[in-house]
Design a protein around this ligand. Structure first.
Ligand code: NAD
Length: 245
């Protein structure tokens, strides 16, 4: 078993009230890190090294305040995980209301950009840092009725690679993890339907839905020194879904 050691390190994680973000926070806490969680919802994570902030990733002023506080309390940020996100409207693009389109783009793409920008300024003077964005299989592999969500996640894939280029001179590595079908708060309603779950499992070579820790295991690697020569990459963690035709 691989044990990550993150004593004295400080990480900011979004989406920590549920699913993948929560699992990332739990693993980081287990590894001895201090974790600052940001979510629009409250969290049931209870630990002396965990600090929860209720805020939307679309609220630039609130994010700045939180990060200013982290820097004045701890002096640095070792890593950021952008996991907050919402599902799309599941309609053809021509039936999506413009305001609904803007909401998805603003949370999934602009939210990731905003916090990464603010945190980058805190990391650059240290000439060291890790940013991990949670993209999606659907950022690169498509089906119908998902232009809003797929565009937001395709944007995250592009954002990841282009941020990686801008931040490489500062020794800050930026990668994204593209989950497949993971059982979380976002997908519970669909996957609790046995027919939907079985149909989804039949599409996955590994034959099962993913668990939040399948994703956070890879995030832990991307936040560690083991991945220092990896940057700008989108890593599929999908039980093999994307390799099929
Ligand atoms: N579950 C999957 O199958 C799957 C697949 C691919 C990608 N993803 C991505 O993984 C990430 C995590 O999703 P999850 O499956 O754990 O879902 P989830 O719903 O369990 O967790 C998402 C969290 O993000 C928070 N959030 C939503 N909007 C926010 C905002 N504006 N500001 C702050 N917090 C906000 C929610 O409150 C929630 O706690 C998302 O970006 C999602 O798109 C999930």
């Amino acid at each position: 078993m691989i044990v990550f050691e993150n004593k004295d390190k400080v990480f900011v994680v979004t989406g920590t009230a549920s699913g993948i973000g929560k699992s990332c926070a739990e693993q980081l806490l287990k590894s001895g890190a201090r974790v600052i969680g940001i979510d629009k919802a409250d969290s049931d994570l209870k630990c002396d090294s965990y600090e929860h902030h209720i805020a939307s990733v679309t609220d630039e002023n609130a994010l700045r305040k939180i990060i200013d506080g982290v820097i004045s309390n701890y002096g640095k940020i070792d890593g950021l995980v952008n996991a907050a996100g919402i599902w799309g409207n599941s309609k053809p693009f021509y039936d999506v209301e413009t305001s609904d389109w803007e909401k998805i783009i603003s949370v999934n793409l602009t939210g990731t950009y905003l916090l990464s920008k603010i945190v980058s300024y805190a990391m650059m003077p240290c000439r060291k840092g890790k940013i991990v964005n949670i993209s999606c299989l659907r950022g690169t592999i498509f089906r119908n009725n998902m232009t809003d969500y797929a565009s937001s996640k395709g944007g995250v894939v592009a954002l990841t690679s282009t941020m990686a280029l801008d931040l490489a001179p500062f020794n800050i590595q930026v990668n994204s993890v593209a989950p497949g079908f993971i059982y979380t708060g976002m997908t519970k309603n669909s996957f609790d339907n046995e027919e939907v779950r079985k149909a989804s499992e039949a599409l996955i070579p590994e034959g099962r839905l993913g668990r939040p820790e399948d994703i956070s295991n890879v995030v832990m690697f991307l936040l560690s020194e083991l991945s220092d020569y990896m940057t700008g990459t989108n890593v599929y963690v999908d039980g093999g879904y994307h390799i099929q035709k």
